[in-house]
Design a protein around this ligand. Structure first.
Ligand code: GLC
Length: 559
């Protein structure tokens, strides 16, 4: 709702906007659509880049697994981990977790539309933890989908799609059309008996950070819903098709960039504070890649769709090449950087980004095992952020941005550096923490992000679901089992904290909320994935052979 501002002739977006006032499409029509369409011969995921060949030299590909599975059943993914299906009684924590998850449900006009970030009445400061965050809802949504409760996910997807169509302003600046909110809140007016939605696109968020990841998560969730229910009719609606295109148009526009990676400001993702993740952070690049692939599978081949598809295919080629070549680090690559020459000009340069070997941090030489590797945090001119980030690396595995060799190496790293990356509570959000002078400069003296706390090397239980999914995909369920055991020894007892602090993740986070919904949902998703690995198809994409790696992974096995 755009309100006139008396006297100034200017407009301001009211934060209390009723969703009914800005309905730009008929939601009820969508909600009434039949849910199942299992007769279709070809699944979205059968489409791969080879179908949209733009360069003419792409080889035939193996098609993906079919997912025409009926609603509420499994996602059609055969994995070597199926043998680990455990036949034990469910852990007593599972029932508690479901109960807590259901307590966090938010309704809008009588229908569940999401889950609040934390149900922590003990905390003095609510801040925005009483809102439905798009990224936080993803594990909740997956838990519901795995449990056959699909309506809430559909409602969420449609409501957020409506929010996308709002006019978004921060002060006098208008945001891009496709931006999805970081979070929204439902206000119930018991007197008038009306519900209204207030959304935050960054205009209220601490630091006014841009939620770049929201749109990507939205697309990824739309595919998960489609995959899980077999209902393609939702993704095929003009509204969802438009929503995807709007999100991607924001990212695919041509500009001054010399890299195919997406340039972002600090705080644009799960780490929504100044933490030196500006530039080309791995989390955004991996989510961008996954969202592109999910959209590719869901976009229709009409005139508009075709154009978008072509741009996606071109970008995927460039992005996968760039990431696999320049973000990848293992022992051999580290040794190569260590011996880099600098100031190289022209196409023949080996050290393309002019990384100065003196910028290699000391901790890295100790941390890098002979066996294993990972995608570094960031790559830009003369700047490589060598920190390890969990979310980006796990999503790289799930989206098959990582080649099978790279995926295996990331899992090797988990095994080799268990204490550092998992410790006593899975999972470190990033490693290592930054301290002292560097902390002052990088975080701007952020007292919530002191070393080994919160986003600065803290341990986040929500990441357990991503680790578990990555473990199953790479055929290493035993790693997930070990991590889940650790979580089970404390999570419920500690009241489902948002994060843990300390080098080993032993302490409940200084300012961690209790009953943090994604800690609860993340645990449930991890459990359900391990119990029934066929759920993996919802959040995983098979390797697209059309994106064959140009370089082979260096032989980090041989040292
Ligand atoms: C914190 C986290 C962010 C999360 C939000 C709600 O701001 O950094 O990732 O979405 O809390 O839980």
């Amino acid at each position: 709702m755009v309100q006139g501002m008396e006297g100034t002739g200017m407009t301001k977006v009211a934060s209390h906007t009723s969703i009914s006032e800005i309905d730009d499409f008929d939601l009820s029509r969508l909600l009434d659509k039949p849910r199942l369409n299992i007769e279709r011969q070809r699944s979205f995921d059968d489409r791969s880049m080879s179908d949209f060949s733009i360069s003419g030299n792409i080889k035939a590909v193996d098609s993906f697994d079919n997912f025409n599975s009926p609603r509420g059943t499994r996602s059609g993914f055969n994995t070597p981990a199926s043998s680990t299906r455990n036949s034990f009684e469910p852990h007593p924590m599972v029932a508690d977790a479901w109960e807590a998850l259901r307590r966090s449900l938010v309704s809008f006009r009588g229908q569940p539309v999401g889950t609040i970030a934390a149900y922590d009445h003990a905390s003095e400061e609510v801040l925005n933890y009483d809102q439905v965050f798009v990224r936080d809802f993803v594990p909740s949504a997956l838990a519901f989908l795995m449990n056959g409760e699909t309506d809430i996910v559909k409602n969420f997807l449609l409501r957020t799609l409506q929010l996308q169509s709002w006019e978004k302003r921060i002060d006098r600046f208008k945001l891009g059309e496709g931006v999805m909110p970081a979070s929204f809140k439902v206000l119930h007016d018991p007197v008038k008996g009306v519900d209204t939605i207030v959304a935050d696109f960054g205009e209220s968020a601490i630091g006014r950070v841009a939620p770049v990841d929201s749109g990507f998560w939205w697309i990824i969730l739309l595919r998960a819903y489609t995959k899980s229910t077999g209902d393609m009719s939702l993704a095929e609606t003009p509204e969802c098709q438009r929503g995807m295109k709007l999100i991607l148009t924001l990212c695919l526009s041509e500009g001054f960039d010399t890299f195919p990676t997406l340039l972002c400001a600090d705080g644009c993702c799960m780490i929504d504070r100044r933490m030196g993740v500006y530039g080309y952070p791995i989390e955004i690049q991996a989510l961008f890649f996954m969202a592109l692939r999910c959209a590719l599978a869901m976009l229709k081949h009409d005139a508009e769709g075709k154009e978008c598809i072509e741009r996606i295919v071109k970008r995927l080629h460039a992005l996968s090449y760039h990431m696999r070549s320049y973000f990848w680090l293992d022992f051999e690559q580290l040794n190569a950087i260590y011996r880099y020459k600098t100031e190289e000009y022209s196409h023949t340069a080996v050290n393309k980004f002019n990384v100065i070997p003196d910028s290699l941090p000391d901790w890295l030489f100790e941390f890098m095992p002979c066996r294993g590797g990972y995608f570094v945090g960031n790559v830009s001119p003369a700047r490589m952020d060598f920190r390890w980030f969990a979310l980006g690396n796990c999503v790289a595995i799930l989206s098959s941005l990582a080649t099978p060799e790279q995926s295996a190496a990331i899992m090797d790293l988990f095994e080799e550096r268990w204490e550092e990356l998992v410790g006593e509570m899975p999972l470190k959000i990033c490693y290592p923490a930054i301290e002292n002078h560097e902390w002052r400069i990088v975080t701007g003296c952020d007292s919530k992000n002191t070393r080994w706390s919160y986003h600065n090397g803290g341990s986040w239980p929500v990441l357990l679901w991503l680790l578990t999914a990555a473990c199953i995909k790479t055929g290493r369920p035993q790693i997930a089992r070990r991590a889940i055991d650790l979580a089970e020894s404390r999570l419920l007892k500690d009241g489902w904290p948002e994060y843990y602090d300390g080098k080993l993740g032993r302490y409940i986070g200084k300012q961690a909320r209790k009953f943090q919904t994604w800690s609860i949902a993340g645990y449930l998703v991890a459990k359900m994935l391990l119990e029934d690995p066929s759920h993996l198809g919802m959040v995983s994409l098979e390797e697209d052979k059309a994106m064959k790696p140009v370089i082979k992974r260096s032989a980090s096995w041989t040292c």
